[in-house]
Design a protein around this ligand. Structure first.
Ligand SMILES: [Zn+2]
Length: 254
């Protein structure tokens, strides 16, 4: 009986063939085209990095965190979609803020846990500025700047912008501040996700549940100008308060 000696095959570095190179160039040209999407698109393929990965200089761990692609906040965002987007889905595209607004909120809560509340507030300020830029571009009377736009006979891709992300986030951030702070509000979000798990919802479902969860704060909720937040174009009626003091470390992470 002969004993066989196992010799692992040596892996040789292979040079890419012409077809692979052609595929790469197609991918790159697709990335360039995707950079011309409407303002505020946040999907991974729509945000190609503009930074070179061939920098010879040494970079700090903070810079590596900042420069990595996809950025950590996008990874956090996509993971959060497991709950807000996949487990609980918006019934129609008019209610896409249920998916994107809640996901941006959770993404920023993760950022807050990792880097501190000033970081989360700084991101909130950046989101407000992004919303302002989008509304300046689309026009503050554009129906596509409504949190809940009417999309009858409208391709949802045409209406897509940062509005459901940042106006949705701003509403949730505002409610968090009205209703008792982040620890209280995260309890509502957990209950909302449990209530609508494996279901699809529209904004009215979400709002009814909000009122039932905060039944002892209905007077506070009744002061919210829901029509201005949801069915009126332009910037939201209230700018949520964001802490202005940020530490240098947090600012570096942005
Ligand atoms: Zn998203």
């Amino acid at each position: 009986m002969t004993s066989q000696v196992f010799r692992p095959q040596q892996s040789r570095p292979t040079r890419p063939g012409r077809k692979q190179l052609q595929g790469l160039s197609r991918h790159r040209s697709r990335s360039r085209r995707s950079a011309e999407q409407p303002p505020g698109c946040r999907c991974i393929p729509l945000r190609p990095t503009t930074r070179s990965t061939n920098r010879p200089e040494r970079r700090s761990s903070d810079q590596l965190l900042h420069d990595s692609y996809p950025p950590p906040k996008v990874i956090a965002h996509e993971i959060c979609h497991s709950w807000t987007g996949n487990l609980v889905t918006n019934k129609t595209w008019e209610h896409s803020w249920l998916k994107e607004g809640h996901t941006v909120y959770l993404e920023r809560r993760i950022g807050g846990r990792l880097f501190g509340e000033p970081f989360r507030h700084f991101q909130a300020l950046g989101g407000w500025r992004e919303l302002q830029n989008t509304i300046n571009t689309l026009g503050d009377t554009s129906p596509f700047t409504n949190l809940i736009p009417k999309l009858n006979e409208v391709d949802p891709d045409v209406a897509h912008s940062s509005v459901p992300y940042e106006k949705g986030f701003a509403l949730l951030f505002h409610l968090e501040q009205l209703l008792g702070g982040p620890d209280v509000f995260i309890g509502f979000l957990k209950a909302y996700i449990q209530q609508f798990a494996y279901k699809s919802a529209v904004t009215e479902d979400w709002k009814k549940f909000l009122y039932s969860y905060f039944k002892d704060k209905v007077d506070v909720l009744n002061k919210v100008d829901w029509n201005a937040w949801m069915h009126t174009p332009g910037m939201p009626p209230v700018k949520p308060t964001a802490k202005k003091v940020i530490c240098a470390h947090s600012a570096q992470q942005i």
